[in-house]
Design a protein around this ligand. Sequence first.
Ligand SMILES: NC(=O)c1ccc[n+]([C@@H]2O[C@H](COP(=O)([O-])OP(=O)(O)OC[C@H]3O[C@@H](n4cnc5c(N)ncnc54)[C@H](O)[C@@H]3O)[C@@H](O)[C@H]2O)c1
Length: 275
Amino acid sequence: MPAEPPRLEGKVAIVTGAGATGSGDFVGIGQAISILFARHGAGVLLVDRDQQNAETTLAAIREEGGRASLFVGDVTSNSDCQGMVEAAVAEYGKLNILINNVGISGPGSVTDVEEDFWDKVIDVNLKSVMLTSKHAIPKMIEAGGGAIVNLSSIVGLRAGSGRPSHPYAASKGGIIGLSNSMAVHYGRDNIRVNCIAPGHIRSPMVARHSTEEMLNLRRRAGPLGTEGTPWDVAWAALFLASEEARWVSGVTLPVDAGLLAATPLAMFPYLRDPE
Ligand SMILES: NC(=O)c1ccc[n+]([C@@H]2O[C@H](COP(=O)([O-])OP(=O)(O)OC[C@H]3O[C@@H](n4cnc5c(N)ncnc54)[C@H](O)[C@@H]3O)[C@@H](O)[C@H]2O)c1
């Protein structure tokens, strides 16, 4: 069999939130996506508001001989979003792929959430997708088309467990609705727009905020019963961003160990009895 070329050969990608909050043994989701994309031949612009977070990713890619550069910026800023797209085109000559990975947690219920906090979560998680796309899409059209992958969550489709996260749920559900509409209205420009809905992934952010007991419960809640890692999400992003998915647009792909296929009672025996 002939050797396959790298899956993103010749492609240029922007990944937002390309660093990871906190240190530890685990990579962040944006970090894993960036490293995997570079391994598969893409030039990657790593965007993060925290330079230190993103420099870890940059160092990991350069150590492997991959192509990547850094843009320090905030995805809630229109001028930073314009700047990141200009930087990608200046560095690599074009733009083919946009991964909207930035996301912050958003605890609280509608009866207790502060209005300012609600606005902040919606701005960071949802408005940012509009701002980055606003500047990226014209460049993708110039390049003959492109692929946008937006990081939603299973919480954008079903209420999560434990304490309420209404601002987070609204932002992640909004991403799915926005992605579907974008997929339809930019389809004739050969731009595909898809979402990933990660389940209980052990990222640095999650590991920092969860007890071992909670991490164990998250693992057991999925039909596969194994722990998800940022790499599981990155493989899905690689497929959706690549030409292999040239006929896939407007989907939300759960990466969740089968969790969305189960009713609570289906998983009850596995949650009740410690494994
Ligand atoms: N970890 C999970 O279990 C899980 C589950 C479902 C969905 N998700 C989603 O996956 C995405 C990544 O999650 P993670 O746990 O790897 O995140 P993380 O917190 O580890 O990393 C996010 C990065 O985004 C950066 N960032 C935050 N706000 C920014 C802003 N305004 N502008 C630019 N950069 C900013 C941070 O500095 C950080 O480096 C998020 O959208 C999250 O909601 C995660």
